[in-house]
Design a protein. Structure first.
Length: 145
């Protein structure tokens, strides 16, 4: 199931190649894989998702996030992916949580209001309270120029 974070971004738990067809039908123009390869034995390989996306004309990016947390490079890469997308983006990981948190961090780094990001994430079933301080810091940094 795809969860709407914003008008342009959806988050999901691990997807399959069949889910890529659903994403295409939903108008998704880019898929972002936030799951490290080999995290679980039953996950669909990123290369298989990338091939299915390419076959449907959907861009694909891998920005793996481990349970160790988020780096500035990952936040920057997600912001760049979102900016490069020509339409809706589907980001996925094991449960959708890391994808949602990385989306929120990327948006905050561009100056988006943290409270709004938290509300949008909550409406999709995700909790950003664990990164509230980071969201505030990134948004403040963006506002300072």
């Amino acid at each position: 199931m795809f969860h709407k974070l914003s008008d342009r971004v959806l988050a999901s738990a691990q997807i399959t190649c069949e889910d890529v067809a659903r994403a295409a039908a939903a108008g998704v123009t880019m898929i972002v894989n936030n799951r490290p390869e080999g995290e679980a034995e039953d996950q669909t390989a990123g290369a298989a998702i990338a091939a299915a996306a390419e076959a449907r004309g959907i861009a694909y990016r891998a920005i793996p996030v481990t349970h160790a947390g988020f780096s500035e490079a990952q936040v920057r890469a997600m912001a760049e992916a979102l900016a490069a997308a020509s339409g809706p983006v589907l980001a996925y990981c094991r449960s959708g949580t890391r994808s949602t948190l990385l989306w929120a961090l990327a948006e905050a780094s561009g100056g988006a209001e943290p409270a709004l990001l938290s509300q949008q994430a909550a409406a999709a079933g995700y909790d950003t309270s664990g990164i509230a301080g980071l969201l505030d810091m990134l948004a403040a940094r963006a506002r300072q120029g």
